[in-house]
Each structure stands twice: as C-alpha cells, then as structure tokens.
Ligand binder design. Structure first.
Ligand SMILES: Nc1ncnc2c1ncn2[C@@H]1O[C@H](COP(=O)(O)OP(=O)(O)OP(=O)(O)O)[C@@H](O)[C@H]1O
Ligand SMILES: [Mg+2]
Length: 518
C-alpha cells in the first residue's frame, strides 16, 4: 500500500471548491483502496493553536506528494516576518508561500507534483488589492516575467462543478503514478539538484514507444548514475513489470552481465541454460526498464544487450557509461558537469541559482548547518566550483572539508593543489629536453591568490633536490610562469618525482606544505 499525501491550498473565497476537492479525494480513495492510502491536508480542518500563526503549525508542502492550489479572487493576507524568501524578500501571502515552497521542492526532488486551478471571475466584486496580487502571481510564475515559468500550465474553470470534474480527472491520472511497481531502486540518501531539462529529455525519450535504448555518457563523477536513477524512478509508472538497477561498477567480465541482470531481477537461472537464454525467456512478455549502471568497462557485453532488446519487445534499457557504448539504435545523451555562470560577470543571483553552487551549498550545510551563500563568500564558492570544473563528485568531496575550514581556506587549498598538479605535469612531461635545461611553463593566471611560492623538486634519482622560489620569477603577460630547470631528465621515470611546495597564500599567515607524489 503506497501512501499519497495531498496538500490542498486554497484561500477563503474558494471554500466551495475546497470541499469539492476533499470529496474528490474521498471518492478516489474508494477507487484506489486496494493500492493507495490517500492523506489529504487542508489546514482549514487542522486544530490550530491560537498561540502561533498557522504556517508554523502546518507541515511544509515540501513533505507532500501532490500539491493542489485553487485560486480565485484572493491570494490571502501577508505572512509574519519570520517567513521570507532566501533573498530576504517577504511573501505576499500564505498561498504564495505554500506554492513557492512546493515548487522549489518539486524542482529539487520531483515532489510534490503541483496542480494549479484558477477560477475565472465573473460579476464578482473582489478587493482590488487582492486581484492585483493574484494577477502578479500568475504573471510571475506562468508568464515567466521574473522566473522562467516553472509549470507550463494551470487550469482555468468558471463553476465549482467544473473544477470538481477537472480535479477528479487530474488526480485520478496522477494517482496512477503512485501505484506500486516492482523495483529495486535505492532510496536517495541525499538531495538531488537541478538537471530538469536532462530528466525531461531522458523520460520523454523512454516514454516514447519507439525508443528502446538510451545511453548517458560523461566523465567520471559527472553525475550519470544519480541522474539515471532519478529518471528511472520517475519512469516507474510507465513500466508495469517494474524498473531495475543493475550495478555493474565492480563487474569486469562482460560475459557475466546477463547473470548480473538475472540476479538483480531475482530470477533463478534455469538449470544449465545460458544466462542470456534464461533472461530472454523470462523477459519476453515483460514491460520493464533495466538501468545498466557503469557499463564502460564491459564493451563486449553490448552484443548480449542488443540480443536482449531485440528478443524482448517490452524491455527498455537505460545505460550509464564513461564512453559511448556500441549499442544498436541507442540515443546517446551527454551528461555535462553541473552548470556554472561565467565568473567574470556573474551576479549574486546567477551564482546562487546555478546548479553547481546549489549542490555546493546543500552539501556544505550537511557538515556545517550555519553555512549559507552570502555576498561575501559567493565569489569564493563560484571560484571553487570552477576549479572543480563543476563535477558533482569533486564538489561533494570538497564540501566535506568545510567541517574544519571556511570557503576562503578551502579555495586556497584547492588552488594550491591545482598549482602543484600543473607544475607536476610540467616537470614530468617526458621528452621536453631529456638531457639538459628544461622549462616549467605553468599557467598561473588562476593562481594569483598565491604569492611567494617555494618549490622543492626531488627527482628521486639521488641528485640534489632542486629549490625554487617561484615568487622571484615574474609571470608573463598571459599569466604563464617560466622556470628553467637544469636537470638530466634521461635518468628519470615520472613516478620518481616528488614535489614539495611551501606556499604562502595572499593574506594567509604562515605557510602551508603540500606534497604531490606522482
Ligand atoms: N544532480 C545531482 N544532485 C545531487 N547530487 C548529485 C547530482 N549529480 C551527482 N551527484 C552526486 O555526485 C556524486 C557523483 O555522481 P555519480 O555517481 O552519479 O557520477 P557518475 O557520473 O555516475 O560517476 P562514475 O563515472 O564514476 O560512475 C554522487 O555522490 C552523486 O550523488
Ligand atoms: Mg556512475
């Protein structure tokens, strides 16, 4: 039995519609009684204490599965000053507050599913100020004057009976999404950020009858698996026989992929029959989505997957891989790192709203509750995200260090690491000048925060370690720093080089040491 929590948000002028909404929920509860338990919440029916305002006594719309708002001539009265948006601006009413919380949650986690109903006003004499609020609300969210329109559509109605019919039809359709489907998808253990367009593209493709195989391709840590899981979960209603994850990250033998799929589906293979035969027999008449996660090292498994897809017409496959797999008729979707604004001219809002910075802030808050993006730290956070190339995995690893340092220190550490790696690449590139002087050309444009950098390069071949005071060298106009190293590289293998750096970051007291071993 799946639980479906339904938040019904409606100002006082649509009381009739509110009652009808409740009646719809009750009727649908009877219709879905075997599979679903519907839990409507109308704050008007909650016991509210007189000692606090109602918003602080009502569960957040973010905790619901479906959010329906019915708007007529009123949006409601202003909220107390404890309710403000992240940018500090006040909400013009409780309805707006509930709607915005619900939409933000939908964008972050896909829940609650929002439904919006607008009553056309005829012959009523509403308060002008409220009417203006209502118009401003719809302009803002549905015309996209301030925000990109979040939800493409709202539903208009004139009579309460018409609303009841519409709501009943929409809710019935939505409830099918909550019917239990067989699956082995793990529950997410952290919040999901952004990727709205990609999710729409993936689900759109896999909902289409002609698409059988979709491959998500991108660098390690770009977020392919997380995105695939997210899309797969949203696709549950489409596959009567379920959605199954087959984690292939630790499987190195392509021939064992069919066996892995059998195991994930908990299908006992029949006697000595080859696993692929057992699989095609079992899935012949199934409507199922298989998520084959981390296929990159299993190139030759594609033939078995092609056979599976061609023998089982109701089976679709979603693959993640670091390289484009040679699957027949696959739609390939590139998964880039998370989006970031250009640091040269990004406004605070652009920084705050970028997906990468959102991930940074959310993860930083898990190790430091009091952390938030501010005018003071926004540039540092953006720079950190740029240094980490927007890779979600790198962002998560970096924010874990926020337990013991602030963004200023974290940025310097990351810059130092990047500088050392750049120098390391420069000195260990084979064949620059194997027998004599060589040049370290390091692009230090990104490292202006660092001054007075001392390097020791130990070539590991018994020769004197080389001491360099980089601060005494002047960068070229293009930001590159050229240092000539007199060393016989012919005796070297790159693995022997160790670089120790003593770096004094601008403004930092004392020095830091970092070692890069190849
Ligand atoms: N959109 C996102 N929102 C929140 N967290 C994310 C998002 N994308 C990725 N992550 C997190 O970043 C980390 C790396 O993501 P993921 O494992 O999906 O990368 P990947 O591309 O599959 O990497 P690999 O190639 O190594 O398999 C995970 O901890 C994941 O939860
Ligand atoms: Mg992965």
């Amino acid at each position: 039995m799946n639980r479906v929590r339904i938040f019904i948000s409606s100002p006082g002028d649509v009381a009739d519609e509110r009652q009808r909404a409740l009646a719809v929920v009750e009727r649908l509860q009877a219709e879905f009684s075997e599979a679903l338990s519907l839990e409507p919440l109308l704050w008007e029916q909650e016991p509210l204490l007189a000692t606090a305002d109602f918003q602080s006594q009502i569960r957040s719309p973010a905790d619901f599965d479906i959010f329906a708002t019915i708007i007529g001539s009123r949006l409601g009265s202003p909220l107390g000053s404890q309710f403000t948006r992240r940018d500090g601006s006040p909400y013009s009413s409780g309805t707006e507050f509930e709607f915005e919380v619900a939409v933000a949650s939908y964008q972050a986690s896909g829940r609650p599913e929002p439904l919006v109903y607008r009553k056309s006003l005829r012959g009523e004499l509403p308060e002008t100020a409220q009417i203006d609020k209502v118009s401003a609300f719809f302009d803002k969210w549905f015309q996209g004057t301030e925000n990109p329109p979040v939800i493409g559509e709202y539903h208009s109605f004139t009579e309460a009976g018409e609303f009841e019919e519409l709501f009943s039809q929409h809710l019935r359709e939505l409830l099918h999404r909550f019917l239990p489907r067989p699956n082995n998808l793990p529950a997410p253990i952290s919040s999901f950020v952004g990727r709205t367009d990609l999710i729409r593209e993936i689900t759109g493709l896999l909902e289409r009858s002609g698409t059988r195989v979709v491959a998500l391709v991108g660098t390690g840590g770009a977020g392919k698996s997380r995105l695939a899981l997210r899309a797969a979960r949203g696709l549950l209603p489409e596959f009567a026989d379920g959605v199954f994850l087959i984690n292939l990250a630790s499987q190195h033998q392509p021939a064992l992929v069919p066996r892995e799929i059998l195991a994930a589906l908990a299908i006992a293979s029949v006697d000595q029959a080859p696993a692929l035969d057992a699989l095609t027999t079992a899935l012949k008449n199934k409507e199922m989505l298989l998520l084959l996660d981390n296929l990159e090292q299993l190139d030759s498994a594609v033939e078995d997957i092609n056979t599976l897809v061609s023998s089982c017409p109701g089976v679709k496959v979603l693959v993640t891989s670091r390289a484009v797999p040679a699957l027949a008729n696959a739609h390939t979707i590139r998964v880039p790192p998370l989006a970031l604004p250009d640091p040269e001219n990004a406004t605070f809002t652009a920084i705050r709203d970028s997906e990468c910075v959102q991930l940074f802030v959310e993860r930083a808050q898990t190790v430091r509750e009091d952390f938030d993006l501010s005018q003071e730290n926004a540039r540092e956070v953006l720079e950190i995200c740029h240094q980490l190339e927007g890779l979600p995995l790198a962002i998560e690893l970096a924010t874990a260090r926020m337990r013991s340092m602030n963004t200023d220190k974290l940025l310097k550490k990351i810059l130092k690491g990047a500088l050392l790696r750049a120098i390391h690449v420069a000195v260990s590139t084979p064949g620059i000048n194997p027998t004599g002087n060589t040049t370290i050309a390091v692009k230090i444009d990104d490292f202006r925060a660092l001054v007075a950098t001392y390097l020791t390069i130990d070539f590991g071949d018994g020769s004197e370690p080389l001491q360099l005071a980089l601060g005494e060298h002047t960068p070229e106009a293009d930001g590159s720093l050229t240092v000539t190293v007199d060393h016989d590289y012919s005796k070297l293998t790159t693995t022997e080089i160790t670089i120790t750096a003593e770096i004094r970051a601008a403004g930092a007291r004392g020095t830091d040491q970092q070692v890069v071993a190849a």
